[in-house]
Design a binder for this molecule. Structure first.
Ligand code: CDP
Length: 232
C-alpha cells in the first residue's frame, strides 16, 4: 500500500500505545516517525540537569532564555530506530524515567515550551510522509493533518503497560507510583490552558484495550482504504 505525502496525527493519553502504533505505521508505509512527547521529555531532562527545577519549582525565565538561545533537540536514526538527542548526546533512555515523567506535564503546560516544541515539529515534519504522536497534534500542531487517530485504552491496561515497559528497561517501579503518575499527567494534560488533550472532531477513535498490534495494523489499513481509496 503506497500512501500520498500526508501527515498522520495520533493523539491520546499516556500509555495508550501511541508510540508502538505510530512506529508500526511509519515502518508499514515508509514514513518518518516523530515522537512529540520525547521533545517535551528532553526539555524536561535538560531543565532538571541545569538545576532549573528545584524545591518543587520551575525557573521559567531561565528556561525561556535557554530555549530562546536555541536548545538543540532533535531525532537521529540509530540502527534503524529513531532516537532523541540533545546536541550530540543520545538521551533516549534518560528521558523515559519516572523522575522525568513526574515533571514533564508541568513543563509541557508552559506556553513558551509548547511554542518551542511546535516549532521543532513543523521544522521536522511539514514536508509530509510523517507520523506524529502526542496530545495535540490533530487539534493544534497540524490541524490539517489528512489522517487523525485518537487512541484510548482502559486505565488498568494502560497502567500495566507502563509498568511492564519500565520493568523491561531495568527500572524497578512500584505499581502505585505508575498509577499516580498516569492520573496526574492525565489531569494536567486535559486541564491545561494551552492546547489541552482532546479528540479532534474528525479523528478516528480506536480503543485498543483488547487488540493485538496485528489487529491494529489491519484496522488502520481499513481506515486508510476507506478514506483514500487505495487498494494495494
Ligand atoms: O509517557 P507517554 O508516552 O504517555 O507520554 P509522552 O508521549 O512521552 O509525553 C510525555 C508528556 O509530554 C505528556 O504526559 C504530556 O504532558 C506532554 N505532551 C504534550 O503535552 N503534548 C504532546 N503533543 C506530547 C506530549
Amino acid at each position: 500500500m503506497t500512501l500520498p505525502d500526508i501527515i498522520i496525527a495520533i493523539d491520546g493519553r499516556s500509555s495508550t500505545g501511541k508510540s508502538s502504533f505510530a512506529k508500526l505505521i511509519a515502518s508499514e508505509f515508509s514514513f518518518l516517525y516523530l515522537d512529540s512527547g520525547a521533545l517535551y521529555r528532553a526539555v524536561t531532562l535538560f531543565a532538571m540537569e541545569r538545576g532549573l527545577i528545584a524545591v518543587g519549582k520551575i525557573d521559567e525565565s531561565s528556561l525561556n532564555a535557554e530555549l530562546e538561545a536555541g536548545l538543540d533537540v532533535h531525532f537521529e536514526y540509530v540502527d534503524g530506530a529513531s532516537r532523541t538527542f540533545i546536541g550530540d548526546r543520545c538521551v533516549e533512555e534518560e528521558i523515559r524515567t519516572l523522575e522525568v515523567s513526574s515533571w514533564v506535564s508541568p513543563i509541557a503546560a508552559i506556553p513558551f515550551v509548547r511554542a518551542f516544541v511546535d516549532g521543532k515539529l513543523h521544522e521536522f515534519g511539514s514536508r509530509g510522509k510523517v507520523v506524529m504522536d502526542g496530545r495535540d497534534i490533530g487539534t493544534a500542531v497540524f490541524p490539517d493533518a489528512q489522517l487523525k487517530i485518537f487512541l484510548t485504552a482502559a486505565p488498568e491496561i494502560r497502567a500495566q503497560r507502563r509498568f511492564d515497559e519500565l520493568k523491561a528497561k531495568g527500572q524497578d517501579p512500584k505499581m502505585e507510583d505508575v498509577v499516580k503518575n498516569l492520573e496526574e499527567r492525565d489531569y494536567i494534560d486535559s486541564h491545561r490552558e494551552t492546547n489541552p488533550l482532546r479528540r479532534a472532531e474528525d479523528a478516528f477513535v480506536l480503543d485498543n484495550s483488547r487488540m493485538t498490534i496485528k489487529e491494529e495494523v489491519e484496522w488502520v489499513r481499513g481506515v486508510i482504504q476507506g478514506k483514500f481509496g487505495i487498494l494495494e
